[in-house]
Ligand binder design. Sequence first.
Ligand code: ADP
Length: 462
Amino acid sequence: MFAYFCLLSVLILVLVDVVFFITVSTTLENQSRNRVVNVGNEVVRVIDLSPGVTLSDSVFWRYREEGIIAYILSPDGAILHPDGVEISETRIREALDHAARLKDEEDAAYRFEGFMNFCTNVSLNGESGVLLVSCSLGIVRDTVSNLQIYMLLVSGVALALAFVIAYSISQKLTRGLKSLSDSAVKLAKGDYTVQFVNVDYKEVAQLSDTLNEMRDEVKKSGDFQREILANVTHDLKTPLTMIKAYASMIKEISGDNPEKREKHLQVIIDEADRLTGLVNDVLSVSKVSSNLGNLNPKVFNLTEYLYGIISKFGYLQQSGYNLMLDIDPDRYTRADEEKIGQVIYNLMGNAVNYTGEDKTVYISLKTSMDGQRIKLSVRDTGKGIPKDELPHIWDRYYRSEENHVRPVKGTGLGLNIVKVILQSHSFDFGVESEESKGSTFWVDFPCVPAAPPEEDSGVSGD
Ligand code: ADP
């Protein structure tokens, strides 16, 4: 990183220097050009104003201090004015040639042999000649080379400063990134206590915040997986122990006693059912979570569908359970039928499991006043759910200890399945519960007209 910073500084300085020198030398050269043109025009004016007068040499020397001298050349190349000056043959020839080529609109200034020149044809005392005004570009060259030295010195200092700054910035940045990468390695090894710290630069600070959030999420997910594993293994262990214990009892004690054997076998069957329920719930949770994008919504008769599920709970009547129904006829909704079946099944299962001594469960399906919604309510008369537990009952593996007044088949997964399915449909749902009076779980379905025949036939063809 340091090398890149240095390279960038060098490039910037070289670019600045080059642009500076080009600008300075062109500006100075243009100034000399303007000056010789102005001086040339001034001398021409003096010559024009004094026809027939022999001009003093001082007219031609006047701008000597600026390095500018004016000459009058005869057409054959002799220097007529001023006296005692020398000028190279080539410059004289170039001036005469240039003057010969001149047209009115042509630029009379040109650069030649380190001089900026202006020339024009003049007539002096009736004789024709060429006025040449020359300015040495030596001064310009000297100024540029002086500036060059200053610029190089300034560039050197700037470069040294840039290197120092680049070094400290790159050190700080690499230190920050290195600490982030060290922490990431620790996190990868399972150390969830690592802190991604860096506040030197805003972007790095943001990155470390994001990494800290990621660490929390990874930790949560790890904790969650461990929790699931602990719950599942715990839930599997109890029925398995029971099954083993009762099977041994049948083998060793109750084998010949039909009454006892029957009782023990029933325990084994119950525990095996419990195991099946647990395994099914675990499978549903993962299936529902991974299949959320695969909803298969269609219009179906919710009333009929609800009656179908209720009929599966019919066997409970033998155990003294009452299902009290208040169901509007032929209400249609649009949803994933199979998944809604899971929701209703779970809510009814819970109501049966947790209802009070009267063993009554109330199920209603009622249309709203505006006819837009159908509300399914499943009410029990159990102990209810304490207020502080209400927000948690939808969490995976949440099971209230208090509610287990009698052996209830439960895994703590049912309401989570309900929540995930209803959220994926964007349906409203909730629970109202009063302690020692019971709980009412409800779901709001959209009420839609019966499916047109095409859709019906399409559905049945699935
Ligand atoms: P479980 O398999 O334990 O019933 P659920 O996810 O279906 O798991 O329910 C989570 C918890 O919510 C239950 O353990 C129970 O404490 C509480 N709960 C659910 N339904 C009822 C209900 N109808 N009455 C009282 N408590 C309930």
